[in-house]
Design a protein around this ligand. Structure first.
Ligand SMILES: [Zn+2]
Length: 258
């Protein structure tokens, strides 16, 4: 159950947000991490009061930045607790380029720049997702912040492709289905360099011969593969030696592939 703390935010914007959202225009949920200047009260054994104090500090900080209070709609802590900090029918300030009118923001509290969320984070994040979709009574597309159009950010960290798909599809649905395979072969029929990891995490990589490393291009659980065009593709077993090469996550998908 999500814990509603909208009434506790000192900015007073918990219920009001910045402006009304046109509900039919809201198309997505966005995943963030905080990397905040505030690092206290984030441990898995933090109490509920300590976590609320953390949220209040973010609210005050964002209010000082003229964002009209905390920029997100809900928040997931490592303890497994999830909090609603903003009404889902009001806009907040978590994405750039006018995208706040179309987006609901969920933040994982902590620094995921180079690390994965904890089990507690993941459970709380699922609660946040459920809470938003219960309100909207439909599924919303879930994107990591860096893949929302018009953003210039590394949020929510370099390893997002390892956890965002799990939140969006669930682990048991991650493996390629026959239909995924058929779709991929038809799209990537004439490939020179794109590689697909066929089992486990459904993702697409490019092998950079010059640098001897893999470039991570796309996680199928997040993206609509039909929007992507490569010249060629190879499906390699998960135990192929190439998967031992270092992988670069360029911080998003090149625009020409969107
Ligand atoms: Zn973000």
């Amino acid at each position: 159950m999500i814990i509603d703390v909208r009434h506790l935010l000192p900015s007073g914007s918990g219920f009001t947000g910045r402006y009304d959202l046109a509900l039919a225009e809201v198309i997505r949920r966005v995943w963030h991490h905080t990397v905040s200047h505030i690092s206290w009260n984030t441990a898995a054994n933090a109490t509920q009061d300590e976590e609320i104090a953390h949220l209040i500090a973010i609210d005050l900080m964002h209010a000082a930045w003229s964002l009209n209070g905390i920029g997100y709609h809900n928040a997931a802590f490592a303890s497994g607790r999830a909090y609603q900090v903003g009404s889902y029918d009001k806009a907040r300030a978590h994405v750039a380029s006018g995208q706040n009118s179309y987006s609901i923001g969920t933040v994982l509290i902590g620094n995921l720049t180079d690390s994965l969320p904890s089990e507690g984070h993941m459970a709380a994040a699922k609660e946040c997702k459920r809470s938003i979709e219960d309100f909207y009574r439909r599924n919303l597309e879930g994107l990591p912040h860096l893949l929302v159009p018009g953003q210039s950010t590394a949020c929510p960290g370099a390893r997002w492709s390892e956890w965002v798909p799990l939140l969006e599809k669930g682990e048991e649905e991650m493996a390629f289905t026959e239909q995924d395979r058929a779709t991929l072969s038809s799209i990537f029929e004439r490939s020179r360099s794109a590689l697909v990891k066929p089992k486990g995490r459904p993702e697409v990589y490019e092998f950079n011969e010059d640098e001897g490393r893999l470039i991570h291009l796309v996680g199928l659980a997040v993206f609509n593969v039909t929007r992507h065009t490569f010249d060629d593709v190879q499906e390699l077993p998960t135990d192929h030696p190439i998967w031992k090469l270092p992988v670069t996550y360029p911080g998003g998908i090149p625009n020409e592939l969107r």
